[in-house]
Each structure stands twice: as C-alpha cells, then as structure tokens.
Unconditional design. Structure first.
Length: 707
C-alpha cells in the first residue's frame, strides 16, 4: 500500500486506510448481528425459552454468595426430593463468565437485564472471532466476508438472540477463539509466541466445553488434523512438543470443571485426543528411522493400526465401564443412522432430525458457494499461487467443512456447526473468486461492467434470504416474542405466565411443592421460588416419566402418586381459541394449539402407555376415554360438544377423520369433594373475548380426599 493510504503513524504502528475498512466492516457486522438478535425485546424485556431462567438463578446465586458457596450449593427447590448439585450438573463457565463480566460491565443495570442482553452481545462479538479465524486461514477479505455471514446466519442467530441466556452463544465464542489460537500457534514461526498461543488455546477450548457440551464437536476436526500433521508438515520437532502441550493443557483445564470434568477426559473425546497425539509422536519417530521411500507407507500402516486398536480398546473400555461413553445424542451425532428409542429425547423439538428443506432455509445460497470454496481450495493452480500458506490449514478447512455438515444432519440444534463450516468455506471461496475476477486485466472500459455486475449479483444473492420469503425470511424468523409470553405456542403474547408465577409466589406457602410438566420447572423455581418435581435439566428420566404418569393415569392412581410425593399444587397450561357462541349462546372453543392438551401423545409415550388409548386416529384429537379417565383430561376445562368438518360444514356427534373437536367450557375439579380443586386461572381464561388464548391453571391437591 502506498504512502497516501497512511492515515497516521507512530513509532511502532502505522494506521492505514485498509485498517479503517476492516474496523468499519466489523462494526457493521456487529451492529447488524445485534439489531437482528434484539427483535424479541420489542415484545417485552424477558429471558427467552426455559434454560435461561435457571442460568439466571444460578448466576444470581454466584453474584450474591461468591464462588465458594456456589460450589457448595445443593439446590433443594428442584428435583424434589433428591435435589440437585448445581456446580456438578451445570455448564458453570456460563455462570462464571456472566457473573465476572457483570461485576465489570454491569454498571447500574440489574442482573436480570444484563443476562437478557448477554447472549446478543457475546454472539455479536463473535463476528470478530470468526474474522480472526478465517483471516488466518484465507486472508483479510475472507475474514471480513466471514464476519458478515456470521452476523446474518439464521442457525446462529436463533440460538443467540436477546434473552437466550443459554450455552451456545458463549460456547461458540470460546470455541472459535480457541480454534484461532490453536491454528495460529501451530502456524507461528516464533516458538515463544507459539508456546503461549498453544497454552491459551487449550485453556479457552476448555472454557468452551465447560460452557456448552456441544463444543465437543471441535474435538473432531482438531483430532483429525492431528492425524494428518505428520504427513503434511516437516517441522516434526515443533509438532513433537506443541501438540502434546495443547492436549495436556486442554484436558487438564477441562478436568478442573465438575462438568464435563474427568468424564470427558476419560471419555470418547479425551481418549480420542490422547490416541491421536500418541499416533503423532509414534509416526514422527517411525518416519525418522524410515528411509525416504517408506516414510509415508509406514506412517499410514501405523495410522490404520491405531484406528483398529483404538476402536477395539474404546469398545472394550465402554463395555467394562472404564471409559465414559457419551450419551445417545452424542453417539447419534457421530452416527446419524442410529435410531433413538427414548420418547423423552424424541419429544424435544431441537432434537428433531434435519430435513433438506430446513437445511436450505438455514443455509440457502451458502451451499453453492461452499462447494465452490472446496473446489477452489483443491485447485492445483491456486495452490501453486500460495493462497494458503500451509497444507495443514487447507486440510483443516476441508475437515471442518465435512464434519460440520455431517454432524448437523442429526439434530436441528446442530445446524449451528454446519453454519460455521459453511461460513468458512463460503468466505474462502467467495474471496478467492472475487480476487480472481478483479485481477482480470482486459480492457478497463469493458471489464468494469463485469466487475460491477459481479458485485451486484453477489450482494443480491446473499441479501435475498434476509428479506424473502416475506413471512419466513432470516430476519422475520427472530421476530418472535419470548416464550414465557406465548408458552411456546403461535398465539399472541400475553402476561398469563408472568402473572401466574407472581400469584404462586405470593399466594402459596414457601415450602409448597408444585407438580408440572418439566418444561415449566425452571420458571416456577426462578420466578416463584417454589419447589418442583422436575425441570429442563432432565436429570432423571424416571422422574419425568412419573409426572407423565400423574397426567395420564386415572384420577385415583394419580392422586395416590401426588400424595406419596407430598405435592401441594399441580400446574397445567393450555391453549385454545374462542370461536364464538352456539345457538344456545354458549361460548365455543377449539383446543390443541400448543399447550399441554397438544402433548398427550408424548405424555403417554413417556409414561409407557399407548397413545391409541387416548387419541383418535389422527393422533391429535382426544378420545372420550382421555377426558373421563385421566387426571389431565379432568384438568382440561373443556369438554367436546360436537365434531365439525371445516370444508363441508358437516357436524357429527362422534369423531370422524378430518373433523375438528368443538368444545365448551367445563371445569370438572372445582369443589372440596374432588381430588384436586381449581384455585387459580390466569386472566385469559376468564375473559370472554373471541380469538386465540393461552392460560395457566393451578389445582390444589385435596389432602382430605378419600379415593
């Protein structure tokens, strides 16, 4: 760059025009990301989803009581009567990071407000981390493109909006910084700098896994890269100490956290890194004593041997219990062909398998340019032009791309890794393509329209998913209210849940025990400060199955379980639509819009019961047996009046396929002679307005009831 591009200069630093451009693009990426992530705040300044409420409660406890008390905290308000060891069952680094940064940057804001903004800020700051990582791999242009793509990536945005005080934003932030430090360390020619970067990369990667268990994904490309290093790098003396140092620091730091702790070190993730490191050391030694002709052959023979022996030892260790094998969902990420038989896991929306249509919605045109990136990376001509400084970095990019797309095929939640992989590949491919086009020197008058057209087309293609289709584009996908205002339904937001939590807090005894479906456990313990049976930690599938049995068993059997567990109140949530009045002037309703009435199939499956006993052939409409012979059926304040065919206008007294249940209000438990008594109904249930409504009911257990 010529001297005219220098903006100012000091003894040790020259600030040039390209630095200003870089800062401007990063500011634009951060601002764009933060604005898109902030959309839910327009409906109310609340935490979003379920887990963030627990994470807020844990962070609040840490801020108020300190680290020592946090590690001693055994929470008796959750998972009655066993309780919960918080530090051993939590992603503690999320709480540590939020608490420490709140003390530094919180100023006069409340901790609740700070944790609402925290994920959006951390997620937006990650545009700088991805810029640094991709710049290291493919240059400044690629890094800037990556920062913009990260700022608008739908899978990343939807798991890091305001209120999403969960693990993913911070885990990804630490994970990408850790990758940058690791790759920068093994690329560094200054061994002292490399030493420091390797140490910090191990620490930061450990912070990432302690923030989010999903960060174990990054172990896969790192492990595969370690296997490739002896074949593509000649500085074996450097590799001989830097890779073991990284693995040692990473595993040692990870073991200091109670979760994942030694379960990771002596599990599949830790063992795989140890085995790959042992291979690297062995391969370097074998290549050193082998002649030039046999180096590659002997190294590959060792690699095959390590894979066979390692697989055998892992299987043997898993069967004997000496190696901590991951849960089914982690195995499923490694092998998408595995079939889950756990209805609880299947019932979780974020564990739904990824479809082609959903993948295209998430990644759109990126898929095409990612393929272009792979082709350009493998191009011999571009390789000769030294676009990439090292073969190992090129191999890492390809490994990252393949593994990211591979694991994302299992769960919708893991599409976040496909997005990161595609961002890297797309950024590199697009930067190379742009440089090649702008290097064309034919006739300046003829080439300018081509270059301008190229820029317009690229901007159009990458902007299209942000605004099209009109109602389900990438921006509108985040324009949704916090779940506590909708209950997870598509109905308009209300304060029913917030008012219910306040009623519980001020109208029930402090030692009251409340039964509800596990979705709502964190809301109750955090906002109402009451004890619950189960929550989203899913520490005990047996405990959740017991709650499902309470809901789906006969009233007498359910009452016995409730009294046996000392439950004082039962909370249920329903969604319905007031569709007008009957000829007799009775309000009519349709149900089945996302509340507990829509979860009958999963309740029965998790309870070990047959859904066919409670649902008609459409697997949606409840049977009379459900309404009359289950506790949940008795708690639903509606009864079917008629079944209606919307297309033909036909009515039927019995259910027929294609017919919709039309119900009338009918509160079954409302006296002191019943096993339960309705003591609270949220405002939307009592108003008489037509339209969609969500509401929460609280029933008190009648301890004097005799079955």
């Amino acid at each position: 760059m010529n001297s005219q591009s220098i903006l100012f200069q000091s003894n040790k630093f020259t600030f040039k025009l390209n630095h200003l451009v870089i800062i401007g693009v990063l500011v634009l990426a951060f601002s764009t990301s933060f604005l898109i992530r902030s959309q839910p705040a327009q409906y109310g300044n609340e935490l979003n989803e379920f887990d963030p409420f627990f994470n807020f409660r844990a962070t609040e406890y840490l801020v108020e009581n300190g680290f020592e008390k946090y590690f001693e905290w055994y929470d008796d308000k959750s998972w009655y009567s066993s309780g919960r060891d918080i530090s051993a069952t939590s992603q503690s680094m999320l709480h540590f990071t939020a608490a420490i940064t709140y003390e530094i940057f919180g100023m006069n804001s409340s901790l609740y407000d700070y944790t609402i903004l925290f994920p959006a800020i951390v997620g937006s700051l990650t545009v700088i981390a991805i810029f640094a990582l991709v710049r290291l791999i493919g240059g400044t242009t690629a890094g800037l493109i990556a920062s913009i793509l990260f700022a608008i990536s739908l899978p990343i945005l939807i798991r890091g909006s305001v209120g999403w005080f969960k693990s993913e934003p911070l885990g990804i932030f630490y994970g990408i910084i850790g990758l940058y430090l690791f790759l920068s360390g093994i690329k560094s020619e200054n061994k002292k700098i490399a030493f420091l970067k390797i140490i910090f990369s191990g620490l930061v990667m450990a912070f990432g896994i302690a923030s989010w268990g999903g960060n174990q994904f990054f172990v896969i490309p790192i492990g595969l890269l370690i296997l490739a290093l002896p074949f593509v790098r000649k500085d074996h003396k450097f590799l001989f100490w830097c890779i073991p140092l990284f693995v040692l620091i990473f595993l040692s730091a990870t073991s200091l956290f109670e979760r994942p702790g030694f379960a990771f070190v002596f599990g599949l993730g830790g063992i795989s890194l140890i085995i790959t490191t042992m291979f690297l050391i062995g391969c370097i030694f074998i290549q050193k004593i082998s002649n030039e002709k046999n180096k590659i052959r002997n190294g590959l023979f060792l690699l095959i041997s390590i894979i066979i022996i390692g697989s055998f030892l892992v299987t043997l260790g898993g069967d004997s219990g000496n190696i901590h094998l991951p849960s089914f969902r982690y195995f499923n990420a490694l092998n998408p062909l595995l079939t889950n038989t756990d209805p609880l896991a299947d019932s979780i929306a974020e564990h739904a398998p990824t479809s082609i249509q959903l993948s295209f919605l998430f990644h759109s045109i990126w898929m095409v340019f990612a393929g272009t990136g792979i082709w350009l990376i493998l191009s011999k001509k571009l390789s000769q032009n030294k676009i990439f400084l090292h073969n190992d970095i090129r191999i890492f990019v390809l490994i990252m791309g393949i593994t990211g797309v591979y694991v994302s095929s299992v769960f919708v939640r893991l599409e976040i890794f496909a997005s990161i992989s595609l961002i890297i590949l797309t950024s590199i491919g697009l930067s190379i393509l742009t440089k090649e086009i702008f290097k064309i020197q034919i006739s300046s008058k003829k080439i300018y329209p081509l270059k301008i057209s190229y820029v317009i087309i690229i901007v159009f293609l990458f902007s299209l998913p942000l605004v099209f289709p009109e109602n389900s584009n990438w921006i509108n996908n985040l324009d949704t209210p916090p779940i506590i205002l909708t209950g997870g339904t598509l109905h308009p937001p209300t304060n029913d849940w917030l008012e219910t939590m306040e009623w519980i807090k001020f109208n029930t005894p402090e030692n009251a025990i409340i039964a509800s479906w596990w979705d709502y456990g964190y809301w109750i313990t955090t906002l109402s400060e009451r004890t619950t049976l189960v929550d989203n930690a899913t520490l005990s599938t047996e405990g959740i199955a017991r709650v499902a049995k309470i809901l789906m068993s006969s009233p007498e059997d359910s009452f016995s379980i409730l009294t046996e567990m000392n439950v004082d109140y039962v909370l249920v949530f329903f969604a319905a639509e007031d569709i007008g009045k009957s000829p007799d002037n009775y309000p009519l309703y349709t149900i089945g819009s996302g509340g507990d009435e829509s979860k009958i199939y999963w309740f029965s499956q998790i309870a070990g019961l047959s859904p066919q006993n409670y649902l008609h052939s459409d697997i949606r409409t409840p049977t009379i047996n459900f309404y009359e012979n289950t506790m949940l059926g008795k708690m639903i304040p509606f009864s079917p009046a008629v079944y209606y065919q919307p297309q033909t206008g036909e009515n039927s007294a019995v259910f027929k396929n294609g017919f919709v249940e039309i119900s009338v209000k009918n509160i079954k438990y409302n006296s002191d002679n019943d096993p339960l008594k309705l003591v609270y109904a949220s405002p939307s249930f009592t108003n008489n307005d037509d339209g969609e409504m969500i509401f929460v009911l609280i029933y008190q257990v009648n301890k004097n009831y005799i079955p």
